[in-house]
Design a protein. Structure first.
Length: 334
């Protein structure tokens, strides 16, 4: 049939069930959709309905009834699923045939490298000069990553170019089941593009925290290799590629300490202030002293200052005046 869903990986039974669901609108948990006709009868078992849900062609509510997903969303889910399987197959085939390794050997056989200090490929610490060399190293490390990717971004800000470059890399890691943990500087809370990107990664399984303290820049892959800046003050100079086990272990320990001192990335529903936070922000404009504000709110001065410190961290404000201005810009006081 010319309009069959077979080319998207849906078998004949699954397609008939989905089309029947579209006609009937839903299916009770005990009986599948009924084919119209004088001899109406159950066409499909519960396992077939489960397959439709797994394919993204249907949803099941809390009562167990199955409802069809609208056709545009259904076809989009099927296309996405097929593309994902195709990508996984191609990546597995490339790994099985050592394609990447063979291509890297071509570069290693060159008489000299303009981007890295001379040395054999077993070198424990290698200097990489320039942003392009660093990106090549990140591509190589993440391609072979199998278990874990640890990353920090002290500025908390990513340019549109950085997001465009890192997005396919990070999604590839998450699709392969690599655990991804990222620590971002507090400025992320003021940058909508970076914040949206990080929340998107979280929705796909990444773990992201925000640090309100200075953090060091590092990328660690599978606890076997790490990248740190040659000059932390000028990261464009290049990076050190570290494979020495003792140094990598030390960097992992440093990352874990920074991770423990950081806070979970707030979700979209956590953007607006709580009632007490809104009242405290109002007090910043109405009360000159913390003691006066705390007394009006009926809380201790210590509690008042604790809430105020939390608000300032959320806003990324350096002082109370800036906190009031940022809260006004965000509409928190409306």
């Amino acid at each position: 049939m010319g309009n069959s869903l077979a080319f998207l990986g849906v078998n004949e039974e699954e397609e008939r069930l989905y089309r029947a669901l579209l006609r009937s609108g839903s299916s009770s948990p005990a009986a599948g959709p009924q084919e119209p006709g004088p001899d109406s009868h159950t066409l499909f078992e519960e396992s077939a309905l489960d397959r439709l849900v797994a394919l993204g062609l249907a949803t099941r509510n809390t009562q167990g009834a199955v409802h069809p997903v609208p056709p545009p969303r259904a076809v989009d889910a099927l296309i996405e699923g097929r593309l994902l399987r195709l990508r996984e197959d191609l990546e597995s085939e490339a790994t099985r045939n050592s394609i990447i390794e063979s291509l890297f050997l071509e570069r290693l056989t060159a008489t000299s490298s303009p981007r890295a200090d001379a040395g054999d490929d077993g070198q424990m610490i290698t200097q990489l000069h320039g942003i392009e060399a660093v990106r090549e190293a990140i591509d190589e490390l993440t391609f072979f990553a199998r278990t874990e990717d640890l990353t920090t971004e002290p500025t908390g800000l990513l340019t549109e170019e950085s997001i465009a470059v890192s997005h396919p890399i990070n999604m590839r890691l998450l699709r392969r089941g690599v655990r991804m943990r990222m620590i971002m500087g507090s400025a992320i809370m003021q940058d909508e593009a970076t914040l949206t990107y990080m929340r998107d990664l979280v929705s796909h399984g990444a773990e992201v925290r925000v640090s309100h303290h200075p953090i060091e820049r590092v990328i660690i892959v599978d606890r076997s290799a790490a990248l740190t800046p040659i000059n932390p003050a000028h990261t464009s100079v290049g990076a050190l590629l570290v494979r020495e086990p003792g140094l990598v272990a030390t960097l992992v320990t440093l990352f874990e300490r920074m991770w423990e001192a950081s806070e979970e990335l707030p979700g979209e529903d956590a953007d607006m202030p709580s009632d007490i936070e809104r009242e405290i922000l109002t007090m910043l404009r109405e009360a000159d002293k913390d003691e006066t504000a705390a007394r009006r709110l009926g809380v201790s001065v210590r509690t008042y200052r604790k809430h105020l410190a939390t608000i300032m961290r959320r806003l990324g404000a350096a002082n109370r005046v800036e906190a009031a201005l940022l809260a006004h810009e965000k509409g928190w006081l409306n």
